[in-house]
Design a protein around this ligand. Structure first.
Ligand code: GLA
Length: 728
């Protein structure tokens, strides 16, 4: 009887000996685990995502596919849900086979786990359609110490002709909990990264973008998901996730009929059918996620640790402070104006001068934003001696020189457009649309890729000491159509892949040049882009009050070292306030130095010296958000260095009601309870005095984290920055 049963099982198609028992595949980091299961029918299921169990063998006790009979499909927990078969919910992949069959089945074939470098384990799971030569490989990279998982998939086939992929997600997660609270972010120009937390209702919630380029203007591809109840900074279960893709994305959250959450994340299937020829591979972008059982604070620290160590170029290195001329001059400058600014930059004490928009184009000079994009030759009227001369002049003045570029774009009024109108994305028989008076170049075209690479390569070849590039991107894609592509339906995808090809080439040849990712403010930041860029521009809105909120919310995903904060004339706060806000990131200036009062100048020079001393704590330290500007009159946050002997503590008044300020002490975080710390106020404006006396303000970490300390923020002390140093 038993023998007959085994024989029957083996005789069933798609099954072999290993199918007799479930196989569990734990993907573990130091504190978390994602567990997959191969069931007896060779289906790959998600069975667990959460805190790592001490005993791996106990994952076997977790029930898979509970109450299967109620799902009608046996597929709610699929680890990569194929469409067209028994599936009744949101699929991860939908394909039309070469013979016209729209269904897909994916069965487990095998898996392996191996080291992918120090502290990284890569688990690879191979799936195959039992009836078609169509395969999907799922990749799970576990960053052990950072508790981050990077997940993506690879699709390939050897059918007779191309397979049409309608959907091809990066990750398909399954998270059973009592309730789900999704924080997503939304905005527009100058209003980036506004958070909203809502309980997830039954059915589908979708976060997505259809802008093509500067894809996260309205919504970035990042989310926080609290399980069971809303998490706060230090407590609660939370998953922070972000898709590493600079184009259209879709994050689908589906609360299924069993009230379990399915998350399906990847490139947006909207207008993106992909024709995959036989023998070719399609690799999806990665979803990055981290699970924390100690609130949002830990989740973001995990992301920062991972990004600095593994993703952002020179993430554990250093950055240049700079003076930018955009807010100061806009398009109106010449060599004399700029050389005077170099001296100002030196006087201020920054490392670099960054020349912004307006330095190029001759037939249609770039004197405003209505012309010249694409013609990357120096404007001979403004810069008769060229960029090379400016680089040298700056260096002679004692600062380095960097330049603004917007290489993916073209103005209809440009020589480039006249010569190569087929390089521009625009649909036939439709009125052309412009976004900030410009259109997008077709980066799916290899000739355009060559052109864009050439712009950067020429600049850096001619000016080998050029020290910084600000890479802007100020238009979304309208009328998506390529004059040269054979597969119009995949233009949005080909565009981003083309962009990454160019950026990868640039990075191979110029691995160390700092590059800022900018997009009319913060319309483009994600970990796809940040593998090539050292930093990003969160928003054109530099009003410090606004920035306290924005920087707070960006900090859930991106570390301070990559977040460019400039001191400008936006906002009504005094220079000290503006400077204190900019200091909690990568600091820069965009002001007219010659117009600063003597006190303002002296304050700025002093602050830059302080920044030089403490920036490593901010850039490499652990971030602890203590009091949220969203719920309190005083925003408070701090960075603690890994040795826990230095910390920087920032406090800002964000409310203006009568008596707004800190009445009670604020409890600090992340210090060593056994160490003693001296508190000293920094960034003190000339003529002011601090009430905090470094001789007496020494407390144990235990005291500061249990009782706290009142930084005495008030209308008269609207921003207070404190440096904590271990008292030895
Ligand atoms: C965008 C950027 C600005 C500036 C201008 C120049 O708006 O976000 O910082 O570079 O372009 O045109």
């Amino acid at each position: 009887m038993k023998l007959l049963f085994v024989f029957l099982l083996l005789a069933l198609p798609g099954l072999h000996a290993t199918a007799l028992a479930d196989i569990n595949i734990p993907i573990e980091t130091q504190h978390t685990a994602l567990v997959l299961r191969v069931d007896t029918a060779q289906n790959l299921l998600n069975i667990y995502l959460g805190k790592r169990l001490q005993n791996q063998a106990e994952y076997a006790g977790i029930r898979g596919n509970p109450r299967n009979e109620e799902t009608y499909s046996y597929m709610f927990q699929s680890a990569y849900t194929p469409a067209g078969g028994r599936n009744l919910l949101e699929p991860a992949i939908q394909a039309l086979h070469a013979d016209g069959n729209p269904s897909l089945d994916l069965k487990y074939v095998r898996h392996e786990t191996k080291s992918a470098g120090s502290g990284i384990q890569l688990t690879t799971v191979y799936l195959k359609d039992p009836k078609y030569p169509f395969e999907v490989t799922l990749y799970y990279k576990a960053y052990i110490n950072e508790d981050v998982i990077e997940q993506w998939s690879l699709i390939h086939h050897s059918e007779k002709t191309a397979v049409r992929l309608h959907k091809y997600a990066s990750a398909n997660l399954y998270i059973p909990a009592k309730d789900y609270y999704l924080t997503h972010f939304h905005g527009d120009w100058a209003q980036e990264m506004r958070p909203d937390e809502t309980p997830l209702a039954a059915g589908m919630t979708i976060l997505d973008s259809k802008l093509g380029t500067r894809a996260d203007l309205f919504q970035p591809p990042s989310f926080l998901l609290s399980l069971n109840k809303p998490a706060n900074e230090e407590t609660g279960e939370v998953i922070a996730g972000t898709l590493a893709w600079s184009g259209n994305f879709q994050l689908a959250f589906e609360v299924d009929p069993l009230h379990h959450l399915r998350v399906i994340a990847g490139i947006n299937p909207y207008a993106s059918d992909y024709l995959l020829p036989p023998g070719r591979e399609f690799v999806t972008p990665a979803l990055l996620y981290t699970y924390s059982s100690q609130g949002k604070g830990l989740a973001s620290r995990n992301m920062h640790n991972w990004a600095r160590k593994y993703r952002i170029p020179q993430g554990q290195g250093t950055r240049l402070t700079l003076l930018n001329n955009w807010e100061a001059t806009q398009f109106d400058f010449n060599e004399d104006v700029l050389t005077a600014l170099f001296k100002d930059a030196k006087k201020l004490g920054v490392d670099l001068f960054l020349l912004d928009d307006g330095w190029f184009a001759n037939k249609y000079p770039r004197n405003n934003d209505r012309a010249g994009l694409g013609d990357w030759q120096e404007n001979v009227k403004k810069l008769p001696h060229g960029l090379g001369y400016l680089v040298k002049e700056a260096e002679q003045a004692g600062v380095r020189f960097g330049v603004w570029l917007e290489p993916e774009m073209v103005s209809p009024k440009s020589e480039l457009y006249e010569k190569h109108s087929d390089w521009v994305i625009k649909a036939p028989n439709r009125q052309q649309s412009v976004f900030r008076n410009q259109q997008v170049l077709d980066l799916s075209n290899p000739q355009v890729q060559e052109f864009v690479y050439g712009i950067v390569n020429d600049l850096l070849t001619k000016n080998p000491t050029l020290a910084y590039i600000k890479w802007d991107c100020n238009a979304a894609i309208y009328n998506a159509y390529s004059a040269t592509s054979a597969n119009q339906s995949q233009l949005y995808v080909d565009y981003v892949q083309g962009l990454y090809k160019v950026l990868a080439r640039i990075r191979t040849k110029y691995p160390t040049i700092p590059m800022m990712l900018c997009s009319g403010g913060g319309g483009r930041v994600d970990y796809g882009g940040l593998q090539y860029f050292t930093e990003f521009w969160p928003s054109d809105n530099t009003d410090p009050l606004e920035r306290i909120f924005m920087q707070w919310d960006y900090s859930y995903f991106y570390p301070a070292i990559a977040t460019c904060n400039h001191i400008t004339d936006w906002g009504r706060q005094p220079l000290k306030f503006r400077t204190d806000v900019a200091m909690m990131g990568k600091m820069g200036y965009d002001i007219v130095v010659s117009k600063l009062s003597e006190n303002d100048l002296q304050f700025s020079q002093q602050t830059l010296k302080t920044y030089e001393r403490v920036h490593d704590v901010i850039w490499q330290g652990d971030l602890f958000r203590l009091q949220s500007p969203h719920t309190s009159d005083v925003a408070s946050l701090m960075f603690v260095n890994p040795a826990q002997d230095k910390a920087m503590w920032f406090n800002y008044l964000v409310g203006n009601r009568y008596k707004s300020g800190t009445v009670e002490p604020i409890r600090l975080s992340g210090l060593n309870p056994a160490k003693r710390y001296t508190l000293q106020e920094v960034n003190i404006y000339p003529g002011s005095r601090s009430f905090i006396n470094a001789n007496t303000a020494t407390y144990s970490g235990d005291y500061l984290m249990t009782v706290g300390f009142n930084p005495q923020v008030s209308a008269n002390r609207a921003s207070v920055v404190l440096e904590l140093t271990e008292a030895k």
